[in-house]
Design a protein around this ligand. Structure first.
Ligand code: DAH
Length: 344
C-alpha cells in the first residue's frame, strides 16, 4: 500500500511539474486530493491494516499529502501572479492616445448678455416678470394706447410696426414697454421689475438695426421715487456692466410714456469716437431710453399719481452686447455663423 501511495505521489508530482496554468493546477488537485481523488480511495484501505502498519502508512500518507498541497500552492501562487500580470499588461489604458472630439454647444452671446444684465438688476432688488405678462404678440392697446402713444404717432405706422394680418389691432410688439401695463394691472405698488424679451420693427436692416431684436424693460413704482433714483440705478447698472472707465452720457429725450425722458449713450468702441458704420459716424451708440412714468400712464392703470411715482427704462440687449464685445454688426447675432458664435 505504501508503494501504491508512492506511485501516486510520484505521478502527482510529475503532473505538477508539467502544469503550465492555474486551471491545470486546479485539475490536479481535484484528481489527487479531493474527496473522490486517488489518495482518498487508497487511504480507505488503511482500516484493514494492522495497528502498527496503520500508524506508519498513515503518517506517510499524511506526509505526502502535505507535500503535494504545498507544491500545488506554490505553483498556484506563481501562475496566479503571472496571469494577473499578463492581464494588467493587456488591459492597460494608453493615456497617450488622443481622445475623441465631442463638439459642445455654447450659450448664445445674447443669452449671456441677457443673463448678465438680469443678474445685475436682481442684485439691485428687481425681480423678473413672468412671461404671461410680457407677450410678443400684443394688442395696440398695450403696445401703444395704454402707453400714452397718440393715435397719429409715426411709430404706429405700418412702416414701423408689424401688424398681424386679418386681426384688427394685433401687432408684433415693437417694444417691451407693454409689459409695464400688464404688470401694473396685475400688481399693486411697490413694483420693482424687469422684463426681457424680443421685439419687432419694420426696419431697413443695416449694421445697427435688425427687424427683430431684444430689450429689457424695467419699472420701479413706489412712494417718493425721483429722477435721482432713476439716474442712480442706471449709472450703477452701467458701472457694473461696463466698468467705471467707459465713457457714457445721459441725454434728455422724449417718450410719450415718460416725463421727463432721457436716453443713455455709450461711446462706440469699434471706432473710439472717430465715427464708423456701427455708430454711423457719431461716436456714440444709444443703449437705453428711460424716464419718470407719465401721470397719464399711472392714471390709466388706476395708480394714484398723487401717492405714487416711478421710473421706467428699456434697453437694447444687442447694442449692449456689441459695446461690450466690440461686435460691429448686429446681423452677426442672427446668421448662425459658428465662427462668430464659438468665440463666446
Ligand atoms: N420703449 C422705448 C423704445 O423702444 C424705450 C423706453 C424708453 C422704454 C423710455 C421705457 C422708457 O420704459 O421709460 O425705444
Amino acid at each position: 500500500m505504501k508503494e501504491q501511495l508512492e506511485n501516486i505521489y510520484n505521478s502527482a508530482k510529475s503532473d505538477i511539474e508539467k502544469a503550465q496554468t492555474m486551471s491545470e493546477i486546479d485539475e490536479i488537485r481535484l484528481k489527487y486530493l479531493s474527496r473522490k481523488g486517488e489518495f482518498n480511495s487508497i487511504k480507505k484501505g488503511l482500516k484493514d491494516l494492522s495497528d502498527e502498519d496503520k500508524r506508519v502508512v498513515g503518517a506517510f500518507a499524511n506526509q505526502i499529502t502535505q507535500d503535494l498541497e504545498s507544491m500545488l500552492k506554490e505553483k498556484h501562487d506563481l501562475f496566479y501572479q503571472k496571469e494577473l500580470n499578463e492581464k494588467l499588461q493587456k488591459d492597460k489604458i494608453d493615456i497617450t492616445l488622443s481622445g475623441k472630439y465631442i463638439p459642445q454647444g455654447k450659450v448664445h452671446p445674447l443669452t449671456i448678455t441677457t443673463n448678465e444684465i438680469v443678474s445685475i438688476f436682481q442684485n439691485l432688488g428687481f425681480s423678473v416678470v413672468t412671461p404671461d405678462l410680457s407677450p410678443e404678440v400684443e394688442t395696440e392697446y398695450y403696445n401703444f394706447d395704454m402707453l400714452n402713444v397718440p393715435k397719429d404717432h409715426p411709430a404706429r405706422d405700418v412702416q414701423d410696426t408689424f401688424y398681424v394680418k386679418d386681426m384688427d389691432g394685433v401687432v408684433l410688439r415693437s417694444q417691451t414697454s407693454g409689459a409695464q401695463i400688464h404688470v401694473m394691472e396685475n400688481q399693486k405698488p411697490p413694483i420693482k421689475v424687469i422684463s426681457p424679451g424680443r421685439v419687432y420693427r419694420n426696419e431697413n436692416i443695416n449694421a445697427r438695426k435688425n427687424n427683430f431684436f431684444h430689450q429689457i424693460e424695467g419699472l420701479y413704482i413706489d412712494k417718493d421715487i425721483t429722477f435721482g433714483d432713476l439716474k442712480g440705478v442706471l449709472n450703477e447698472f452701467i458701472r457694473l456692466y461696463f466698468g467705471a472707465s467707459r465713457p457714457t452720457r445721459f441725454r434728455s429725450s422724449f417718450f410719450p410714456f415718460t416725463e421727463p425722458s432721457a436716453e443713455v449713450d455709450v461711446q462706440c468702441i469699434m471706432c473710439h469716437g472717430e465715427g464708423c458704420k456701427t455708430c454711423s459716424g457719431t461716436g456714440w451708440l444709444e443703449v437705453l431710453g428711460c424716464g419718470m412714468v407719465d401721470v397719464n400712464v399711472l392714471k390709466g392703470v388706476g395708480i394714484n399719481p398723487e401717492v405714487y411715482s416711478g421710473f421706467a427704462f428699456g434697453m437694447g440687449v444687442e447694442r449692449l452686447a456689441m459695446l461690450k464685445y466690440a461686435i460691429d454688426d448686429i446681423r452677426l447675432f442672427f446668421n448662425d455663423d459658428k465662427r462668430f458664435l464659438e468665440q463666446f
